[in-house]
Design a protein around this ligand. Sequence first.
Ligand code: PLP
Length: 374
Amino acid sequence: MRKIEMVDLKLQYQKIKTDIDLGIQEVLDSAAFIGGKPIKDFATELQNYLGVKHVIPCANGTDALQIAMMALDLQPGDEVICPSFTYFATVEVVALLKLTPVFIDVNPQTFNIEASEVEKAISPKTKAIVPVHLYGQCAEMEPLLALGRKHNIPVIEDNAQGIGGEYFFADGRKQKTGGMGLIGTTSFFPSKNLGCYGDGGAITTNDDALAEKLIMIANHGQRVRYYHDMIGVNSRLDTIQAAILRVKLKQLDHYIDARRSAAAYYDRAFANHKKITTPFRATNSKHVFHQYTLVVSEKRNELVEFLKEKNIPAMIYYPVTCHQQKAFHGKGKVVGDMKNTLWLSERVVSLPMHTELDEEQLRFITDAVLEFSQ
Ligand SMILES: *Cc1c(COP(=O)(O)O)cnc(C)c1O
């Protein structure tokens, strides 16, 4: 049996090596390492894939969030509602810009924030709502967008874990994640569903004026070179990474299918288990399984150790909730009792999830989990 990895990028690369190597070689030959055609081509191809008007590539997913928040012209002390049950970066940029993160609880089934909890946290200072499509599960967008419209508060989708996911509106409309809020942000970190071979990210929007502003902010606040209209940042996607992403974008749907069939295998193995809850399957969205995350009723840390001894990696995303992070001490507001967030952080465990898992590996992993959880 091949060694089980949390994410197997080596074997995935072997299968697309010819196209990747060619794409990189073309950039090397052109010596256009910053900007150029591969960046434009990738942005256009991702626009078409996501069904959004504008894709603005940038240096990473954290920058994408920061640039998105900068474009909203928020003032220090303005509040941004976000989950506490997410990766640190979602909230880090809020604090970095001297805005106040307002932490709310998540739904224990979907692991995502919901309109009902958001509404309780809205104040006159609320200037943005940030749902995170955690683990590849699309947040319940229709009520969130309706709430945003009602209070005139923009919704920013943190789509770093959700790219390729889809949401089905009540009227039958389908939309890919990242294209529903005023702004979407994503990451091309290597282990993400659409990952490059270094750092990368992108911002998405359907708003033309906002797109222009986002482009300027990502490029030192300039529209014309050396004429700076505002304070921005330097956040670019490398040309080599764009060439890699062009190849990998063509594979994204195939990669999502591979993740979904590994998830289906796990689901079957753990179905109706008394101590194990498998990921919730919403009927109105498509889960892209950035992570396959179980909720186990007991001995979660012992399970991780048990698997480790069998050379099966398993991870806890995330061991410390955001509102409990030392970095946010005194910087954020917590609304509600965070019951679900705290409960989940003690019970979640993510199993190996990637595009190259074969049946032998899946059987080995599920057998081990079942052996421990008898
Ligand atoms: C990975 C991730 C980010 C940050 O992306 P980077 O490219 O690593 O900066 C932000 N939010 C979420 C939910 C993520 O998973």
